[in-house]
Design a protein around this ligand. Structure first.
Ligand SMILES: [Zn+2]
Length: 471
């Protein structure tokens, strides 16, 4: 029995513990209730109502274990940061299961009392926004406690005088592990408790535990762990938890290639948190040092959605070379459960210090604006009869659409071209900051790639991860 084999087993057997309900991030408070109701006292769960959100959604306190060390774990204080909530339900399933890992379960539950508060900001989650129903950032409310949710979190900490706290968030996918192309898929922080960023035994314990978690994750995602900026924020919960005497570990779920709903990042949370609980139960964190914590690379923001290097452009008859980076924004749709992408150019010039989840070197490519297919289209049905592969090979990126059967801003996933409605005769035709032009990348006179809404569409590709837009 050791942490390393525990981590290996959790990784290998993850699918047997994964809560199958979660397949996307914009789930709601109501979706969690049947899962919480199913947590049985026979399996050791004690479920209590901690209190209510501003909009009167019940916030639960789920307790497990009978040990002397009090550990709190809360997720989704920011309503649109849902990754760890899914991981907590995976952890509930892990503890509801009986298998060859029972000896690990026993060590954790004999030594620790676990207190989970999943989805601390259900009102924000309802519309997938960061802030609470009061439009106050809960993570700037640890002193005033204006939000009822803030008072519940502070109240539980004080009631337990918690030894450890796991503060579970999501960060932007553009974060990297220092100045490398690797995404900071998981970032950690042992928050500072004062401006001088001093280290006392409470913070030191969090640092040592993070060093252990980092070691666990390096074996799974080498080079993709970073540490968050430890500038003291007097109003934040993590910083104050540390000040109040709870060793606090911030986990930020970042980006991972081709994982738009963060299902793999969720799995990493599951593994890292369970392994940390074992490390607390066995006091293994004492074997790690603050130096190992400081050696974790700092978070930087070097990653973009798409990076085109060495693009030759022309202006007023003169040509010049530039790199172009596109970033992408998720737009939540009216159902508040699904989303589409809208991209924009976020920088031009020498971007040699940046990286892209997708990069194309355009040194030997000719780059021009996309073309508009001349024929007018009157329905999606008519559009779907077009030969998209052929249109793409000819450099068309947009269609004139005079129909009435589609009103949304995004284009159905099976149609890879932008739609120009009403009086729009051109898509965005400016290659500049905050613009979203379609591009055609030619190699030796032949279309090699299209860039549509910031996503790369390769000629002959059957599908893509992006979506086109209706203008
Ligand atoms: Zn957050």
């Amino acid at each position: 029995m050791n942490r390393k084999s525990f981590v290996a087993a959790l990784q290998q057997q993850y699918n047997t513990y994964r809560e199958p309900y979660f397949t996307y991030r914009r789930f709601k408070h109501a979706d969690l209730q049947p899962l919480i109701a199913a947590l049985s006292p026979d399996k050791g769960f004690a479920v209590k109502q901690l209190g209510f959100s501003t909009e009167k959604r019940v916030i639960h306190h789920i307790q497990l274990g009978k040990g002397a060390t009090q550990v709190m774990l809360w997720s989704q204080m920011h309503g649109d940061e849902a990754t760890a909530t899914m991981a907590l339900f995976d952890i509930f399933r892990f503890f509801s299961t009986s298998d060859e890992l029972d000896s690990y379960r026993k060590v954790i539950l004999d030594n620790l009392s676990l207190h989970f508060v999943p989805m601390l900001n259900p009102d924000g989650a309802e519309v997938f926004k960061r802030r609470t129903a009061l439009d106050i950032d809960m993570n700037r409310d640890a002193l005033r406690l204006v939000n009822p949710e803030s008072r519940l979190l502070k109240g539980l900490r004080d009631e337990l005088n918690a030894d450890f706290g796991f503060n579970l968030h999501d960060q932007h996918t553009r974060y990297t592990a220092y100045y490398t192309p690797k995404p900071a898929t998981i970032s950690f922080l042992a928050p500072a408790y004062n401006v001088a960023k001093e280290v006392n035994p409470v913070r030191e314990r969090a640092m040592r535990l993070i060093a252990a978690m980092n070691e666990d994750l390096q074996g799974i995602i080498p080079g993709q762990v970073a540490k968050y900026n430890d500038e003291f924020e007097p109003r934040a919960f993590g910083d104050n938890m540390q000040k109040w005497g709870t060793s606090t570990i911030l986990i930020e779920s970042g980006g991972y290639p081709n994982d738009p709903e963060k299902m793999y990042v969720r799995q990493l949370n599951f593994i890292a948190i369970l392994s940390a609980l074992y490390a607390i139960a066995q006091k293994e964190y004492e074997q790690y040092t603050t130096e190992q914590y400081w050696a974790i690379p700092d978070n930087r923001t070097q990653l973009r959605h798409l990076l085109l290097r060495n693009v030759e452009l022309n202006l007023n008859g003169a040509s010049y070379r530039t790199d172009i980076s596109y970033d992408v924004r998720e737009r939540t749709k009216a159902d508040n459960r699904s989303f589409y992408y809208e991209s924009f150019i976020d920088d031009l010039g020498d971007l040699s210090t940046l990286y892209g989840y997708r990069e194309i070197d355009c040194t030997h490519l000719q780059v021009s604006l996309g073309k508009v297919y001349p024929e007018e289209m009157y329905s999606l049905e008519q559009i779907r009869k077009l030969n998209f592969s052929q249109l793409i090979a000819e450099g068309y990126t947009a269609l004139r659409y005079k129909g009435q059967d589609w009103q949304e801003k995004d284009v159905p996933a099976d149609i890879p071209l932008n739609l120009l409605r009403g009086n729009h005769t051109q898509p965005d035709d400016t290659i500049g900051i905050e613009r979203n032009p379609d591009l055609v990348l030619l190699e030796a006179g032949k279309v090699r790639y299209l860039i549509i809404n910031g996503f790369v569409r390769e000629v002959n590709a059957a599908s893509w991860l992006g979506n086109a837009l209706c203008y």
